[in-house]
Design a protein around this ligand. Sequence first.
Ligand SMILES: NC(=O)c1ccc[n+]([C@@H]2O[C@H](COP(=O)([O-])OP(=O)(O)OC[C@H]3O[C@@H](n4cnc5c(N)ncnc54)[C@H](O)[C@@H]3O)[C@@H](O)[C@H]2O)c1
Length: 252
Amino acid sequence: MDGLLQDKVVVVTGAGSGVGRAAVELFVEHGAKVIAADIDLANAEATVATVGAGSAKALRCDVADPNSVDAVVAAAVETWGRLDVMYNNAGITVMPVPGNGLRRLTEAPADEMKRVEDVNINGVIYGCQAAIRQFERQGSPGVIVNTASVSGLIGYGGVVYGTTKAAVVGLTRTLAIEVADKGIRVNSVCPAGMLTHYSGMDPDSENKDRILESMRDTAAAAMFLASDLAANITGVNLPVDGGLTAGRKTGG
Ligand SMILES: NC(=O)c1ccc[n+]([C@@H]2O[C@H](COP(=O)([O-])OP(=O)(O)OC[C@H]3O[C@@H](n4cnc5c(N)ncnc54)[C@H](O)[C@@H]3O)[C@@H](O)[C@H]2O)c1
């Protein structure tokens, strides 16, 4: 039986760790050819090593640099002839230290805030631009999936980070409308805290199984939105949070 992304060409950003690595593994399992892009090339290569070089290629990419994002899309076309899915997943936060609580807005250094905005907002915008331009060039629509966060839906996860993720939520809705007539779909996944490297937790800790499960949950939601099963779904910001945004006290 064909996989959900059989023969689809996919770019995944932030593919060297966490959700991005889980997505590359799941997408390849479901038949995709993947460009695994990350600012950390060694980690992107480690991701590719888990799935095999026949199905994935690692590239260094800083999503905050539009030329770097364009180059990744060009590499997908050069390697596999087209682009079907752009998964804008790379993201960072201003909270580097686990256990210290969230940094208050008044304590956030300007240069750090700017970098978070550049990666989390502009990085997604550049990914959308590069993907739409390629969909237009190749004359067939494709799919964009962004990783936002429940922090973009409710007051959770810190002011600066939450603001950037709210921007991704708004971008997803407005862009979906702008490109709907071209048949291009744009959706996001909105995970809750997943205890990944990004959250300052050690993925090799005793929480390893739970961490991997959370990352796979988010990757699976992204794959559903990228697949033809979601052919009539666009402009949606899908919580992957165990009921947190519905009002449950603890997120999954
Ligand atoms: N971990 C959580 O609790 C959580 C919750 C909600 C949303 N998210 C979002 O999920 C996404 C993935 O996060 P994760 O938890 O897997 O984190 P992670 O740190 O494990 O992975 C993020 C990856 O992005 C890469 N990256 C960072 N800056 C980059 C840049 N400028 N260009 C390209 N790659 C870059 C990192 O090298 C890393 O490999 C992010 O957008 C994050 O905001 C995470």
